[in-house]
Design a protein around this ligand. Structure first.
Ligand SMILES: Cc1cc2nc3c(=O)[nH]c(=O)nc-3n(C[C@H](O)[C@H](O)[C@H](O)COP(=O)(O)O)c2cc1C
Length: 189
């Protein structure tokens, strides 16, 4: 089984990256091949709503997103990772998500589904500085809808509140263990 992890934070060594590393370790323990992709290292432009994907299911904008589509299609598990920025995901992840409109067109306009021997399951990993009840609501809704467009079932979220300083979550053993277990369980779903 193959998993792709897309990191949405621009901060290297930050909280969501640390959580994602633990999820990756859990997935690998369960025998999954894992690739981690840092979106901030690529040039992914926003969707320009040109409608070019509506006839083919393919995006016409030629940038680094073109290298992401085959990776998404190849995945049995897709993990979208982002800190909360203003109650949503980061701009890096949002651009990636908006460009999945091509996959939405493929699924819903062209009625093309991906053949798969195992259920394709995706999830969200996120962290936020504050502890508000609704702090993850926007990101969860965005990611649920994006995963559906990418033809994945939603398999849940790993959400950690109250972490702000870079790398702070590294000292939170219970959260790290929870993340690793989340990865193992995601592989076994
Ligand atoms: C531009 C920006 C916007 C943010 N907005 C929020 C927010 O709306 N709510 C919140 O709880 N934390 C917010 N934060 C804090 C981050 O979510 C928090 O620091 C998180 O741990 C960063 O994860 P990272 O280290 O993986 O980048 C924001 C941080 C930045 C830089």
């Amino acid at each position: 089984m193959k998993a792709k992890i897309f990191l949405g934070s621009p901060r290297k060594g930050g909280n969501t990256e640390i959580l994602a590393e633990e999820v990756a370790a859990g997935l690998r323990e369960a025998g999954t091949e894992v690739e981690v992709i840092r979106l901030a290292g690529y040039k992914i432009n926003p969707c320009i709503a040109c409608g070019g994907c509506e006839k083919t299911g393919c995006c016409v904008v030629q940038d680094d997103m073109q290298a992401m589509y085959p990776r998404i299609d190849d995945a049995d598990r897709l993990i979208l990772v982002s800190p909360i920025y203003f109650y949503g995901v980061t701009a890096q992840l949002k651009a990636f998500i908006d460009r999945s409109q091509a996959m939405w067109s493929r699924k819903y306009l062209l009625k093309k589904r991906l053949p798969s021997s195992v259920p394709r399951i995706g999830c969200l990993v996120s962290a936020a500085a504050t502890k508000g009840e609704k702090v993850f609501d926007g990101a969860v809704l965005t990611v649920q809808y994006a995963l559906d467009a990418m033809d994945f079932q939603f398999g849940g979220s790993l959400l950690v509140k109250g972490v702000d300083r870079k790398g702070e979550v590294r000292n939170m053993d219970a959260e790290l263990e929870r993340a690793r277990r989340f990865g193992r369980e995601l592989a076994e779903k």
